[in-house]
Ligand binder design. Structure first.
Ligand SMILES: [Zn+2]
Ligand SMILES: [Zn+2]
Length: 561
């Protein structure tokens, strides 16, 4: 089929937008956008015309006519393809977000160095956009909402974004079908950080579910003999495995395992699969200690089950202090005192305040003078709120050459230093490794912050060799952060086990930019459980006095005192 006017117009309109984003000839780009407008209004289809007739249409001259003929013969506009090829895919994606025009996208890309909707959302959440010309707080908020909507429509969700929906839906279902059974299963039950669908095992017949969801205006996506899927108006996919009561728990275990784990369990090895009366009972019947769903990932866990079952795995209530937080001194939304008071109210024993360092100018990073002023305030607050304690820290940028952001003299006045990469994230593995190695070997580094810089669903981390980095942390006695921001969850849970083997201490840190984000700790704990973390290997589970003792010992080990 030949391209219609609508398609031809869209090619010119896109070309015009991309030229604007790249800051190219604004006169030309304007003429393409006018052309797009005119072409859509033409009374005849351009592809029905002879070449010569194309040039005679209103508003179409030589150069435009030539381009139109290219579109008709090739199916695309080569000039546009050139622009597409030199534009990061995330920037192209931004064009689908309501309220983001080429001008704003150009600023976002060139000045803020942001290349995807996910990164942009993160920057909004950290209040970074409002500092740029043309981006007030209102604009920032509307961009935030538009991106959130856009991402939802793509079908994948952060665990944190769906968990309250999931529990609401669970009680709605239990209420609607009082005599029946529902249990959540799948990725959600395994506490994975990214969720593509919310799954349930149920005794309800599929036809009844069909009726129910039709009534609630859910789209039916798929239905077969044993399962059905529906999409909510919020674009969340719900999946149901409908089973008779007798095999309910067998199905629950089967559907809550990763493929690898399920193979390892070998449930169907016997001709008669034993029928279980509960999840625990099924493990009993196959002669294994109970393995909670969050650990049903790797097959090797099955062999380790006897040892694992004796381990008391970390729980949300095991977090005793807030490590890694930002106040209004840099890019946080609450004052230091507000944060301290909120910690006390929530029962935490301490707050490690780690505002951004001076290289992070976009985040109002702290100059040497301001660090000293902040320390005066911390001393005052510590007197006022004793025995609660604010620890003096900084989230120091790891600079391009791997050095930290301040002189050794200045670094030595902190109780602890979190070292993180925030700039030049697009780098090859070799470069990333050399920056991280240098930062880890720096005796002032206490904690390595968000190891790969990933933002889930929006930005892959820079490539690293996890084992080598963990080994280096073991050698230099550096704590590895499990950044609990639900969009980061970095270092990934799958490396926790290796870190524990190497006797590396981990730290579940909320990276809170406001008081409400203290609660991020919960998401950190959920993924830490997947790695089998215990509280004795988690720094933020240390009591205040234990932390003080640890920091002193750590400084001695690093020959700093
Ligand atoms: Zn950071
Ligand atoms: Zn931070």
């Amino acid at each position: 089929m030949l391209p219609d006017n609508y398609f031809i117009a869209s090619q010119f309109s896109m070309l015009s937008k991309l030229m604007d984003i790249h800051g190219d000839n604004s006169f030309k780009s304007k003429s393409y956008s006018i052309a797009a407008f005119n072409i859509e209004k033409l009374p005849v289809q351009l592809s029905d015309l002879d070449a010569s007739e194309v040039y005679t249409q209103k508003g179409i001259g030589d150069s435009l006519g030539k381009k139109i003929l290219e579109i008709i013969s090739k199916g695309y506009l080569p000039a546009l393809k050139e622009y597409i090829d030199k534009t990061p895919p995330g920037i192209l994606e931004m064009l689908s977000i309501k309220g983001l025009g080429p001008k704003k996208i150009a600023t976002i890309w060139k000045e803020m160095e942001i290349e995807s909707p996910g990164e942009l959302l993160y920057a909004c959440n950290e209040n970074r956009l409002a500092r740029f010309k043309g981006f007030g707080e209102k604009t920032q908020q509307s961009i935030q909402e538009a991106i959130a909507f856009y991402q939802k429509s793509l079908g994948s969700h952060l665990y944190a974004e769906v968990h309250s929906y999931a529990s609401q839906m669970h009680s709605v279902l239990n209420n609607a079908f009082k005599e029946e059974k529902f249990e959540q299963t799948g990725a959600f039950k395994r506490q994975l950080p990214v969720i593509d669908s919310l799954d349930w095992v149920t005794t309800v017949k599929l036809t009844r579910l069909q009726e129910f969801f039709k009534e609630h205006q859910y789209e039916e996506e798929d239905i077969n003999s044993g399962s059905a899927a529906f999409r909510s108006p919020e674009k969340i996919l719900l999946k149901f495995y409908s089973r008779p009561e007798a095999i309910f728990y067998n199905t629950l275990v089967e559907t809550s395992c990763s493929e690898e784990f399920l193979k390892g369990l070998n449930l169907r090895s016997t001709p008669e699969t034993p029928i279980a009366s509960s999840e625990e009972n099924l493990f009993e019947l196959i002669g294994l200690p109970f393995i909670p769903a969050f650990l049903r990932e790797k097959a090797e866990t099955i062999k380790a089950a006897p040892a694992l079952s004796k381990r008391r795995i970390i729980e949300p209530s095991d977090i005793r202090g807030i490590i890694h937080s930002h106040s209004t001194w840099s890019d946080g939304s609450n004052t230091l005192e507000e944060m301290a008071k909120a910690c006390i109210e929530k029962g935490y024993e301490y707050l490690v305040i780690s505002d951004h360092s001076k290289a992070a100018a976009y985040a109002n990073g702290l100059t040497e003078d301001r660090i000293r002023q902040q320390h005066v305030q911390i001393d005052e607050l510590n007197k006022k709120y004793a025995p609660f304690r604010i620890f003096k820290s900084i989230e120091s940028d790891i600079l391009g050459d791997g050095s930290l952001d301040y002189s050794d003299d200045l670094l030595s006045i902190f109780d602890l230093v979190i070292a993180s990469v925030h700039s030049n994230l697009k780098m090859q593995q070799e470069k990333a490794m050399s920056r991280l190695h240098a930062a880890i070997a720096n005796p002032y580094t206490t904690i390595l912050g968000h190891m790969t810089g990933r933002l889930l669903l929006s930005r892959p981390g820079y490539p690293i060799d996890h084992k080598e980095i963990i080994d280096a942390c073991a050698e230099h006695q550096v704590v590895v952060e499990i950044n609990a921001n639900p969009r980061r969850l970095d270092m990934d849970w799958s490396w926790i086990n290796y870190a524990l083997e190497k006797k590396v201490l981990l730290s579940i840190d909320p990276d809170a930019h406001e008081i409400s984000e203290f609660d991020n700790c919960r998401y950190g704990v959920l993924v830490a459980q997947k790695g089998g973390l215990t509280k004795i290997s988690n720094l933020s589970s240390f009591s205040r006095d234990e932390l003080i003792a640890f920091l002193a010992k750590n400084k001695v080990a690093k020959k700093l005192t």
